[in-house]
Ligand binder design. Structure first.
Ligand SMILES: [Fe+2]
Ligand SMILES: [Fe+2]
Length: 473
């Protein structure tokens, strides 16, 4: 198998699609449905072309090429990372056996479910972000939005390929359903809660790409460990693209904080509202919201389903091969977050296998903290005493051990009345959202940028900030 994509094909791919006519025809008949979905649910801003990267190869160097392309003509393709010859299963009861090229019958339903849940998030985020093109703070940001959008579209292709290639009729039905559900729909919403929230402004977009896309990174990281080799190789390549989405979120929030700090210092004030910037209290509230809904995406603190997935070899841990244990965990224990017998926020010990969601969530939390540290360094460098922080794990949770209680960002348990009184100081209010929205005016002139955000330090692919990243139509 070669790693380079065949772009003479209708569907660019490195999986030798032309050797399997049935599969090729099935995917070619799904393709117009995808394009119809993209036209009706994708970005609403009309553009002539956008400076986009397109994956062309999965190898170490030169895996993508950049150029101005009309978005409609973007070549969404199917790419699997190179096969590691002789790859062995790294964990669970099949540890040490050869990885599976085909889906074992007994795991078919579980694997299909895992792929569908992952697949469902990809088009969902495109739908959530579809109107943001109307209010981009610069052409650079507009281009990054569209890059994220086309790649989430490609991630949908990645999951649909697996469904078509390995799950027969049910897989094809599921692939159709992925285009039928839609974000925020009452009749057929997306599967996971955070993917039905709206992304109405660019601060939300940066928070989403920082916190929610980062959940995706961790989910892909666990699926990359899978004994089912095609899933593992797909996720490995998706992670490569995902790095850019993380960069958009991290540096996006950097730039909002930087601008805010600058206005605070220049005007010697904590209240930047009159100066067209977004203040730290509002940034903190948006952070609180996006972080807490993203924590929910990891599921309950304990889960027997996830224990079974692990034992079966379907879904591993983050960086499985760096863990120094037996990779079976049958007799290990873990402390997980829990309500204690007295109803206090605390911990309890459970079998390591049932606590795997907690293990993954902790990896994620540590990663989130690194962003907060970065933003606090920007504040410190500006000579400001204020700091941002991650709220407590029990804050604003709708899933898991703390779903039934209220807690402050400091982790203090609250009565419903106390929550009612406090929540407007912790989560974005209508007033906050309206203010943020009032700043969202498009800036489409080359080299110009909106007043609420600092320009980026670097352009894309070595191009300057004032490059013509997008041609509007
Ligand atoms: Fe994705
Ligand atoms: Fe992403």
């Amino acid at each position: 198998m070669t790693t380079a994509a065949d772009y003479s094909e209708k569907i660019p791919n490195n999986v030798c699609l032309n050797e399997d006519r049935r599969l090729q025809r099935a995917l070619e008949s799904w393709q117009p449905n995808f394009l119809h979905w993209w036209e009706s649910m994708g970005p609403t801003l009309p553009t002539r072309d956008v400076y986009l990267r397109t994956a062309v190869n999965v190898g170490r160097d030169g895996w993508a090429r950049f150029g101005h392309v009309p978005m409609r003509d973007y070549r969404w393709g199917i790419f699997l990372a190179e096969r590691a010859p002789g790859r062995l299963i790294g964990f669970g009861e099949h540890k040490g056996e050869p990885a599976w090229a085909k889906v074992p019958g007994e795991y078919r339903a579980d694997l299909r479910r895992l792929i569908v849940v992952q697949g469902d998030t990809e088009p969902a985020s495109v739908e959530q972000q579809r109107n943001l093109g109307a209010t981009a703070p610069s052409l650079y940001d507009l281009r990054n939005l569209f890059q994220v959008n086309v790649e989430e579209g490609r991630h949908l292709w990645a999951m649909v390929y697996l469904l078509h290639a390995h799950f027969g009729r049910d897989g094809r039905d599921e692939a159709d359903e992925l285009l039928r559900r839609s974000s925020g729909s009452l009749e057929s919403p997306r599967i996971l809660g955070a993917f039905n929230e709206e992304t109405p402004d660019w601060l939300s977009f940066f928070m989403f790409t920082y916190f929610t896309d980062r959940d995706g990174k961790y989910q892909l990281g666990t699926l990359k460990e899978s004994a089912f080799d095609p899933l593992s190789r797909t996720c490995e390549f998706m992670l490569k693209e995902e790095a850019h989405h993380m960069m958009v979120g991290t540096t996006g929030i950097d730039r909002v904080v930087e601008r805010c700090a600058r206005v605070m210092v220049e005007n010697d004030t904590d209240d930047v509202t009159g100066h067209g910037a977004i203040g730290l209290p509002v940034i903190q509230k948006y952070l609180n919201f996006h972080y807490s809904v993203s924590l929910d995406l990891f599921g309950g603190e304990t889960s027997t389903n996830v224990a079974n997935y692990y034992t079966a070899g379907l879904k591993g841990r983050w960086m499985e091969d760096r863990r120094r244990d037996d990779h079976k965990l049958a007799s290990d224990a873990i402390m997980v977050d829990a309500l204690t017998g007295e109803g206090e926020i605390g911990h309890t010990e459970v079998a390591a296998l049932t606590g795997l969601n907690t293990d993954l969530r902790r990896e994620y939390i540590a990663d989130c903290q690194s962003g907060v540290n970065r933003w606090n360094k920007i504040l410190a460098d500006a000579g400001l005493p204020q700091r941002l922080k991650l709220p407590h794990i029990a804050f604003n949770r709708k899933v898991g051990a703390f779903a039934g209680i209220e807690a402050s960002p400091d982790g203090e348990r609250l009565s419903p009345q106390e929550w009612e009184r406090g929540s407007s100081a912790w989560l974005p209010t209508d007033v906050d959202k309206t203010y943020v929205r009032s700043l969202m005016r498009p800036v489409y002139e080359r080299g110009k940028i909106a007043a609420w955000i600092a320009p980026p330090r670097h352009g894309i692919n070595g191009q300057p900030f004032d490059y013509d990243y997008v041609h509007l139509s």
